[in-house]
Ligand binder design. Structure first.
Ligand code: GLN
Length: 273
């Protein structure tokens, strides 16, 4: 079977094009341009078997990133597995907003806490982009932490440390910035039906998806330095509720920002205490 045969076979596929294409590139260890320039390439029996096995898994709901064990985030490749959420492009906005905050405040160095780090994509990216800062990344899941720690090693993020913790439970310092992409999907959200492969603990929260967000916002008051920033990713319909929690806790300069699709996705507040 040639590449052009595969293209024809998948023209009507239910799978997103970048999934089967990305998987084909991974199996052949080639770039997308190879698929265009070498359409007559005949797959070896081993390549074809591996390709088809992966297609079957994806049809069963396994995302491409779990087949390849990798996902790009902010220009770097992170290892992921079934213990970690797959980094979303929209979460790159969280990183951008933090970097803008640091630049606008001309802050040379400081401390960042990342709550619920998963694959470590946010913490490690910030550590790499802000080499003079120190980042502490926490996760409740020891399995996720080991993925994050391997990513930090692979990407040489020496200024990023890790600790297992149920949110603030094992945290004993204060920080200039706290970031989090916590679970925020309500357990009755229909969107969940399409997210069967990822760890439910990283996706779903009680109280309509707000339980962990509430804990994080309340707790941050104790763990932020004066004028410290808290920034949280949340659901597209949670702006009002999240802003209300920030307000109840007495944060200043509360602001919501949109993701690349124009949805409300991030809310920040400054601790004035
Ligand atoms: N943004 C992700 C999604 O909707 C969920 C991420 C999260 O719960 N933190 O697919």
């Amino acid at each position: 079977m040639t590449i052009v045969d595969i293209k024809k076979a998948h023209r009507q596929s239910d799978l997103p094009r970048h999934w089967w294409q990305g998987w084909l590139c991974f199996v052949l260890d080639q770039s997308v341009s190879f698929l265009m320039t070498h359409e007559d390439y005949v797959l070896t029996p081993v390549e074809l078997m591996r390709f088809n096995a992966g297609i079957d898994k994806m049809k069963d709901g396994v995302p491409l990133a779990y087949l390849t064990s990798e996902q790009e985030f902010f220009g770097r490749v992170f290892t992921v597995n079934e213990h970690t959420l797959i980094p979303r492009p929209d979460t790159e906005r969280l990183v951008e907003v933090v970097l803008d905050w640091v630049r606008e405040g001309s802050m040379v160095s400081g401390k960042i806490l990342d709550l619920g780090t998963g694959s470590g994509c946010v913490a490690i990216t910030l550590a790499k982009e802000l080499p003079k800062w120190s980042v502490l990344a926490v996760d409740f899941s020891a399995d996720a932490l080991s993925v994050a720690m391997n990513n930090a090693k692979k990407l040489t993020a020496d200024n990023c440390a890790f600790v297992q913790s149920d949110w603030y439970q094992n945290i004993h310092h204060t920080f200039d910035i706290i970031v989090s992409n916590p679970p925020y999907i309500a357990d009755d959200d229909e969107h969940l039906a399409g997210l069967t492969a990822e760890p439910i603990m990283a996706l779903v929260a009680d109280y309509g998806g707000l339980a962990d967000i509430r804990r994080i916002i309340h707790g941050a008051k104790k763990y932020l330095n004066k004028q410290g920033l808290l920034i949280i990713e949340h659901g597209h319909d949670q702006r009002q509720s999240v802003q209300a929690i920030f307000e109840q806790c007495g944060y200043q300069a509360i602001m919501t920002m949109q993701d690349y699709g124009g949805n409300d996705r991030l809310t920040m507040g400054v601790c004035d205490d």
